[in-house]
Design a protein around this ligand. Structure first.
Ligand code: AMP
Length: 189
């Protein structure tokens, strides 16, 4: 089983690199952000709740997102592994993931930290907002998301170092170059 946590600030390229990892290693993909955007689009109760948090650049409550993650995980049959994209984002979520995988006789294989400087993140996200129209990719919300990342999510770097799962990836460069570094890190596992 290959269970990869792809980690990084908003705009670090998690989604883009996840697609390539899925293609190369044939594992399942869970993007909690994509799940929530689909719920919003479908007008569900969960979507309505999620929208309030996403528009404010805030994280959803841990219990809610952990439940979503667990049911998505259970929906995979004969899986070769999973790439977790946008989850975990807090220490409580990382602990829940560890427990959830342990209950299935599994563990996180590696945490890939896509490291990108803040000014570059800002530029990328503003551009993405103009191109994709994602509602939370506007300057005000981006700033809030980066603050939330620093205060609630970045502490996971030390948490995964402690677990012996941390792998730094240079998140700036060509998409191919970044992907090559990821592949090398996964293949040496
Ligand atoms: P993303 O597409 O991963 O950037 O996520 C977009 C938004 O969805 C975030 O800014 C949060 O509001 C919410 N979200 C996604 N994943 C999580 C998570 N693991 N925990 C809490 N909120 C999340």
């Amino acid at each position: 089983m290959l269970n990869i946590v792809i980690f990084g600030a908003p705009g670090s390229g998690k989604g883009t690199q996840s697609e390539r990892i899925v293609e190369k290693f044939g594992i399942n993909h869970i993007s909690t952000g994509d799940v929530l955007r689909a719920e919003i689009k479908n007008g569900t109760e969960l979507g309505k709740t999620a929208k309030g948090y996403i528009d404010q650049g805030q994280l959803l409550p841990d219990e809610l997102i952990i439940d979503i993650l667990a049911s998505t995980l259970d929906s995979f049959q004969d899986s070769k592994g999973v790439i977790f994209d946008g989850f975990p984002r807090t220490i409580a979520q990382a602990e829940a993931l560890k427990k959830m995988l342990a209950e299935r006789g599994q563990e996180v294989s590696v945490m890939l930290d896509l490291d990108v400087p803040e000014d570059e993140l800002m530029t990328r996200l503003i551009k993405r907002g103009q191109e994709s129209g994602r509602a939370d990719d506007n300057e005000e919300t981006i700033k809030k998301r980066l603050v939330v990342y620093q205060s609630q999510t970045a502490p996971l770097i030390d948490w995964y170092k402690n677990e012996g799962k941390y792998q730094h990836i240079h998140g700036v460069g060509t998409m191919d170059g970044i992907f090559a570094e990821i592949v090398a890190a996964v293949e040496k596992l």
